[in-house]
Design a protein around this ligand. Structure first.
Ligand SMILES: [Zn+2]
Ligand SMILES: [Zn+2]
Length: 247
C-alpha cells in the first residue's frame, strides 16, 4: 500500500515536470562532463556586438556550459555562407533577401540526437523592423534553441526570451530555462560532440528529403516554422525559422 502511494506521488511529480517542459525534442550537445565550453564563431558585424555578446554572457550563467568566442570572421562572404563547423556554433548576420524570416537556428544532430554543429542566421533584410529590444530578444532566443531549448509560454513569470513576444521584458533567460537545461543535460555522454574537428558533414545548404515540418504560432502574431531532413552524409538537420511579423 505504501509502495503504491509513493508511485502515485512519483507520477504526479513527473507530470508536473512535464507540463512546464520546454526542451527542443531533447536535442543537446554530447558531453562527457559538465560544465563544458562550446566554441562560438563570431560572424556578426560590429553593430550587433551588444546583443551578440550579451546573449552569450546571459546563457553562460548556466551551470551546464560556457559559450566562448574563440574565432571571429565577419567578412561579407563568410557571413553570407555562414558555414557550419563541427563542434561549434557560428552566428551570422547578413542581408539574406526577402525570405520572410528574421532569424534561424540550424542544428545538425547525430543518430543519438546529439547536436554536433549549429549556426544562427539573422536576416538584415528586415533590419529596419528591428528595435533594440527585438535584437536582444532575437539573439537570446536563437542561442537558446541552439543549446536545446524550445519555446516557453508568454505568460511565464518572470518572462524569458524563449517566449515569442519579442518584448523588452523577454530579452533574457529566466531561472526556469536554466532548470530545463539541467534536466536536458542531466547525464554524461560517452563522447563529446562540442569538440571542433575539421569540417562538419552535410555542409552548405544541401538537404535530403524533408521528413517532417511543422508550423506554429505564439499567443501573439509571431509565427515560426520547423523542418527536419536527413543529411546526405548521415545524421539529421533541423531548422527553426522565426518568421518576420505579419505587417
Ligand atoms: Zn546526451
Ligand atoms: Zn523559436
Amino acid at each position: 500500500m505504501f509502495k503504491f502511494k509513493y508511485l502515485v506521488y512519483a507520477l504526479l511529480f513527473f507530470s508536473t515536470a512535464v507540463m512546464g517542459y520546454h526542451a527542443w525534442d531533447d536535442h543537446h550537445w554530447a558531453s562527457m562532463s559538465k560544465p563544458f565550453t562550446l566554441q562560438i564563431i563570431d560572424s556578426m558585424t560590429d553593430d550587433w556586438d551588444y546583443p551578440f555578446n550579451e546573449s552569450l554572457v546571459l546563457w553562460s550563467q548556466s551551470s551546464i556550459f560556457d559559450l566562448a568566442i574563440t574565432s571571429a570572421d565577419d567578412k561579407t562572404k563568410t557571413r553570407e555562407n555562414c558555414k557550419m563547423k563541427k563542434g561549434q556554433l557560428r552566428i551570422c548576420n547578413f542581408d539574406y533577401g526577402e525570405t520572410g524570416w528574421w532569424g534561424q537556428s540550424w542544428i545538425d544532430w547525430d543518430s543519438n540526437g546529439h547536436i554536433y554543429q549549429s549556426r544562427i542566421r539573422i536576416n538584415e533584410f528586415y533590419a529596419d523592423q528591428f528595435t533594440f529590444d527585438n535584437k536582444n530578444w532575437l539573439l537570446c532566443h536563437e542561442v537558446g534553441h541552439s543549446m536545446g531549448l524550445w519555446h516557453a509560454e508568454e505568460t511565464d513569470i518572470p518572462h524569458t526570451c524563449m517566449d515569442l513576444s519579442e518584448r523588452a521584458e523577454s530579452s533574457t533567460p529566466n531561472d526556469h530555462d536554466f532548470e530545463e537545461l539541467e534536466l536536458i543535460y542531466n547525464h554524461n555522454d560517452s563522447y563529446d560532440s562540442y569538440t571542433p574537428g575539421g569540417m562538419g558533414s552535410g555542409m552548405g545548404s544541401g538537404m535530403g528529403n524533408s521528413q517532417s515540418s511543422g508550423m506554429g504560432m505564439g499567443n501573439g502574431k509571431r509565427k515560426f516554422r520547423t523542418e527536419t531532413a536527413e543529411l546526405p552524409g548521415g545524421g539529421m538537420r533541423t531548422i527553426h525559422t522565426l518568421l518576420a511579423p505579419a505587417l
